[in-house]
Each structure stands twice: as C-alpha cells, then as structure tokens.
Design a protein. Structure first.
Length: 379
C-alpha cells in the first residue's frame, strides 16, 4: 500500500488522455494499475484537454481518480507549463509525478515533492530526427525536469546512463523502473477470433508483423529491404500514419511488394493483441529506443520476436529474442527465414518470450512503483 494513508498523488495526465501510443500507453498502464490496487489513495490527473475518446476508454476512472482541467478561457499549454502549480497546492497534492519527461515550471519552489519519468533522450542522441523547434522545447523542458525533480525514474538502464551522461545527474537520484504492457496482451484469443480479425483487415492467414509509428528511427526501410529476398512472406505493418508513410509506400511500389505489405493505420487497442497472436513472428528494428514496448507486447502475445541491437531492446528481450544489427538487411532476411522454416526454433523463442514477459507484469511494475512512492512520501 502507498503510505501515508489517504495520500493524494498528482499525475501529468496529458498523454494518458490524449495519446494512443508510447507515453500514453505508459501513463494509462501506471494509473490503472496503481488506482486499482490502492483504493484509499487519491489520484489526481492534471490535463490541458480531454478529447480523445479511445484514450479515455482505456482509463478505468475508478472512484479514487479525479480529472482536473484548466479553467475555461485559460490557454491550455500555458496552464500546463506555468499555471498548474497553484492548482497542485490548492488540492494538497503530496507528490507529483510528471510522466512524460517534464514537470510544470516552478514546482521546485512549491514545496511539493516531485518525480519525473524520463523515457529517452533521443533528441540529444539523434538531434537530426527532430525539428529545430521540437529540439529547443525538449532541451528546456527535460533539462528543467531532471535538474529540479526530487527523484527521476528511468524506464531502462540505457536511459539512466543517458541522463547521467548528458545532464550530469548523480546516479543515486535515478531509479530504473521498467514499464509493462497492458494485460490484454497476455490474454489468449481463440482461433475463431483471430480468423475474424484477419478477415476484418483483409490480410492473409500467414504474415509477420511490425508495430510502430512510421518514422525514420523505426527503420521500416531495412525491414522492407529484407523482405525483397523473401517473396513468399507477407508483412502487416501496424502504424500511426505520418508524412513518411508516402515515402514508404513508394518504396513498396517500386519493389513490387504492394500485394504483400499491408499497412494498417489506426488499429483499435482491442484488435492489436489479436493481430500479434495471428502473426508468425514480430519484427521491431528501431535503431534506438528508451524501452521498446512492441517487443514486450509481442513476447506477451506468444510469438517469436526479432529486434535490434544497440540500445535498450536487449534489456527488454533478454535471451528470448533474435537480434540483428539495425541496418543489416541480409542478417534480418536470414533470421526471418530461419524462424519460419524451423518450428522448433519458433517454439523455443515463444516459450522463452513468455517467461521474459512475466518480468514486466502489471503486478511487478505496480509494486515497484508503490514502493518508490512510499519512500518519497516518507521523505
């Protein structure tokens, strides 16, 4: 249990209520897990807006959860960055958790203990993958949060090392608490449910899957290059549509793969585990991540996983995954072929993956977070 009794914890709820991918999933996972296990603790979600109905449906909103929005007529982002601290004081928040790399400015003078989750520092490692405006905003916000938070949660050892390297933060200020994935990925679906979903999306019965927003870092072009040598393999690419999708579609067309690369945008959360479970294997070849939730989702879904070396993905996958250098398409081709043609290798990877995924269960992550909060509340 979180102590002291009847504590009031504030959360940055922006991503939980308005983002359907990475940080949004992390935020909802933590809020749902903690609120369900700690009915005597109040959880206050501070968000500039509440307009994404699917994101809202994936938050359980138990009786111990309050949603606080900016007063009518307030500039929302100004309120989130500068005006929220007075609201935290008014509501007697005993601990504030910034869940997406940032804290409201001025919180270090408020007397309210604060913690920030830092997911990654990719904007410092690979600045060319961000616009100048985004880099400048992130540099200000993340630096402030890391300098002024009482404690920092890193979602991987890789991120912890980056925080120490780029900001000179003392190691004892940072705690690694891995994230988990939603319980729905551990639930086994029937063959009938899988077949219905395959028909719904008009995809073939045999396919491999890759899940991730279409952006350069996710490295979809290398996956497509590997598939050129595997003419019998179909790829289902589940993604959030971005301007780069047109570039990817051009590559698919030029290589004559339009009939076997199936891009699915805006897949509902309820369908994603079924699409995973229907696949022969999953590929996640991002060249850098702070955690890499699709690797965990695929292992929990009981399919073999191929992922990339060079960042934190080996922390997540352990000995359960097959690994390739992120830009080595020939190695990826060979690995796909080996897994698809040797059922015993596939079975072994599935078994190891399920064991590895249990290390990131909602119970384990929630317990680690509860213990962390308890220590902070006790001072």
């Amino acid at each position: 249990m979180i102590t002291p009794n009847n504590s009031i914890i504030g959360f940055d709820g922006k991503k939980a209520l308005n983002n359907l991918t990475g940080i949004g999933n992390y935020s909802r996972f933590i809020i749902n897990a903690l609120s369900g296990r700690n009915p005597k603790t109040r959880f206050c979600l501070f968000a500039p807006k509440d307009k994404n109905q699917e994101a809202r449906r994936n938050l359980r909103f138990l009786p111990n959860i309050d949603l606080i929005l900016p007063p009518q007529g307030t500039i929302r982002e100004w309120w989130r960055c500068f005006g929220m601290v007075s609201e935290l004081k008014k509501r007697n928040i005993q601990l504030y958790h910034g869940m997406s790399n940032e804290l409201p400015f001025g919180i270090h003078r408020s007397g309210i203990p604060s913690v920030v989750t830092v997911h990654d520092l990719i904007f410092l490692r690979y600045p060319h993958t961000f616009s100048l405006a985004d880099r400048l905003i992130l540099q200000v916000k993340v630096k402030y949060a890391c300098r002024h938070a009482d404690r920092i949660i890193a979602i991987s050892e890789q991120t912890k090392q980056d925080i120490m390297k780029y900001y000179g933060i003392a190691e004892d200020k940072i705690e690694v608490i891995y994230q988990g994935c939603a319980d729905r990925f551990y639930h086994r679906h029937t063959q009938s449910e899988i077949q219905d979903t395959i028909r719904k999306y008009n995809i073939p019965e045999k396919y491999i899957i890759s899940v991730g927003t279409i952006e350069k870092r996710k490295n979809h072009k290398t996956i497509l290059k590997a598939l050129e040598a595997l003419p019998e393999v179909h790829l289902v690419l589940v993604s959030k549509k971005t301007p780069l999708q047109a570039e990817l579609e051009q590559q698919i067309s030029e290589k004559g793969m339009s009939g076997r690369v199936h891009i699915l945008n805006s897949v509902p959360n309820a369908d994603l585990p079924i699409l995973y479970q229907g696949a022969q294997l999953a590929i996640y070849l991002s060249f850098f991540e702070g955690f890499g939730i699709p690797v965990l989702e695929a292992m929990a879904s009981a399919i073999p996983v191929i992922t990339a070396t060079g960042s934190c993905l080996e922390e997540v996958g352990g000995d359960a995954c097959a690994y390739c250098a992120p830009f080595d398409s020939e190695s990826l081709t060979q690995t796909i072929r080996q897994i698809l043609s040797h059922p015993e290798i596939s079975r072994d990877m599935i078994q190891k993956g399920q064991l590895q995924a249990r290390k990131f269960s909602s119970e384990s992550v929630a317990e680690n977070m509860e213990n962390f909060y308890s220590r902070m509340l006790k001072g």
